[in-house]
Design a protein around this ligand. Structure first.
Ligand code: PLP
Ligand SMILES: N[C@@H](CCOP(=O)(O)O)C(=O)O
Length: 514
């Protein structure tokens, strides 16, 4: 997508517009910017050798009036409770969830075309911090943070993959997309939220707030992201992991990044309970998505999807859910784009859960009557083995306001879906298998039509979950047919034997083709 020329050297500084700017053409509105650009047309000159991209950004401090604060989640319009983002607070006075509320009036001084053009102009650059898919939307994320305090790995800008063969072969769909959020710095979508949270912690520590470290409970991905971003900023990280319930690849990530790793003899919900108690006692900042800062980064994946479709809105977005922060983050990203005039509607959201850990699904099926936490059973989708999700209220809100649906996937369904997707060239995680199962079911029931533009959110890289694929393809899973298993053929190092095996394979393949 080509950047609008008027932004080539000016995208660091949003210029305030007259309030009635929506009726003025972009060229007229941005006249001062155009003038600035005119003197520097052509390629930007290379920064001097003794300057890095942070130094360069320091020379471009922007002044704007955007701001954000914590408010009680879904508060009554009459509520006056709010907190500065520089306060260390995770819950409202009544014990409810918090939300980050942006000054929408200030953001509305710029019209949808302005924001679309600004965001598009920042993609694919190395300018600090806008080279990140999260920080390219800084004004909508943490508007007040100094770019110098940002801890970023240039996360985001992940591939929106056209699942051409999977769509055609298994679903008769031609407009199916997989948003590969797991093709990221630490291999999951958690990087999107963690860059925001750790940047804010970096700022708080520079303000001499007494924070000795950052902690989380995790099923493996939050801990990986937290430890990597903390390590890169030199901030101590502490992670609580449910013993023997996360993959080896996930376990080794915080170990390698120098986190203090506690392997605790309980499940994720037990770890979550403990970290909440510990962070209430010790000056350790809570990094789970109970902390609404995380969702500000995660919501940018939704904005990115719209951007990748040239600001056209897909019909469906399917997200695997565990602690349930992400489904709300997607809703929030889409809703902001609508409210600020970048698009005219939002997609329908689907949240997909493993049947062995399905409290949201049961709640949905009860007609949202009464929520009951469950004891989460073992699932190959181990990162969503969560029975008492902290963001249940946020998830219900997101689904109700997007005409959403909740689906579930049995172990066999999610593993088959993962194997089917892999057989078409993807290499997805079991959680994405859960989301694909939801899609398969909704296609079968006709709720999702063959021509509906549908996005499945892939939340982690398949390489983090190779053991589940080894088990499946070895046909070693009790009570599972593993119908798409593709086990390796053992053969002795003998020309004749290798030829026999190959001929049998090729004949079999040939007969399948004709
Ligand atoms: C790979 C993966 N997918 C999906 C999820 C679910 O996200 P959320 O907890 O925000 O619902 C998680 C974490 O819970 C995860 O690690
Ligand atoms: N899957 C998560 C579970 C915790 O979720 P969070 O978003 O609340 O941190 C993980 O990887 O730990």
């Amino acid at each position: 997508m080509a950047a609008h020329p008027i932004f080539r050297s000016s995208f660091l500084h949003p210029q305030p517009l007259p309030h009635n700017s929506a009726v003025i053409s972009p060229e007229i509105r941005l006249t001062p910017v155009v003038r600035a650009t005119a003197t520097s047309s052509g390629p930007k000159s290379r920064r001097s050798a003794d300057e890095n991209i942070r130094d360069e950004a320091r020379r471009h401090t922007s002044s704007h009036s955007f701001s954000a604060k914590y408010v009680p989640f879904n508060a009554e319009p009459t509520s006056t409770e709010f907190y500065s983002l520089d306060e260390i607070v995770y819950r409202s006075r009544s014990g409810g969830l918090l939300d980050v509320e942006h000054d929408m009036e200030a953001l509305k001084k710029f019209d949808g075309e302005y924001w679309r053009t600004l965001f598009d102009s920042r993609v694919g650059k190395t300018t600090w911090p806008y080279g990140s898919g999260v920080w390219s939307k800084k004004e909508w994320v943490l508007p007040e943070i100094d770019s110098d305090d940002i801890v970023s790995a240039f996360e985001g800008n992940s591939n929106l993959f056209w699942a051409e063969r999977f769509g055609k072969q298994f679903l008769s769909m031609n407009d199916l997309w997989v948003k590969h959020c797991g093709i990221s710095h630490t291999g999951s979508f958690k990087d999107l939220g963690m860059t925001v949270l750790v940047s804010q912690v970096n700022r708080l520590r520079k303000m001499n707030r007494p924070l000795v470290g950052v902690g989380c409970a995790s099923t493996g991905d939050t801990s990986a992201a937290l430890s990597a971003y903390c390590a890169s900023a030199g901030i101590p990280s502490i992670v609580f992991l449910p013993a023997n319930r996360i993959s080896l690849a996930q376990l080794v990530q915080p170990i390698a990044n120098g986190a203090f790793v506690l392997s605790i003899d309980t499940d994720f919900d037990g770890c979550m309970h403990l970290i909440r108690e510990i962070t209430a006692e010790l000056p350790i900042y809570l990094a789970n998505s109970l902390n609404s800062l995380r969702l500000e980064g995660q919501k940018t994946a939704a904005i990115e999807i719209l951007q990748q479709f040239d600001w056209q809105v897909p019909d469906w977005v399917i997200v695997p859910g565990g602690n349930l922060g992400n489904i709300y983050a997607f809703y929030k990203g889409f809703r902001m784009c609508k409210e600020l005039g970048l698009v005219d509607r939002i997609p329908r959201l689907v949240c997909a859960q493993a049947a062995n850990a399905n409290p949201l699904y049961l709640h949905y099926k009860s007609g949202w009557k009464d929520f009951k936490a469950v004891k989460a059973g073992t699932t190959f989708a181990s990162a969503i083995q969560i029975g008492d999700p902290v963001s249940i209220d946020r998830a219900v809100y997101a689904l109700r306001n997007s005409n959403g649906i909740v689906e579930e996937a049995t172990e066999e369904e999610l593993m088959d879906a993962m194997a089917q997707a892999d057989s078409t060239g993807m290499f997805i995680c079991p959680h994405t298998g859960v989301a694909l199962t939801a899609l398969i079911k909704l296609r079968r029931s006709g709720i999702i039509a063959p021509t509906d533009r549908t996005v499945v959110v892939s939340t982690a890289h398949g390489l983090k979950f190779t053991q589940s694929k080894v088990d499946y393809h070895s046909n070693e899973i009790k009570d599972m047919t593993c119908r798409y298993a593709n086990p390796p053929v053992q053969v002795k190092a003998d020309f004749g034997l290798v030829m026999d095996v190959l001929k049998k394979y090729l004949l079999n393949k040939d007969s399948k083709i004709h």
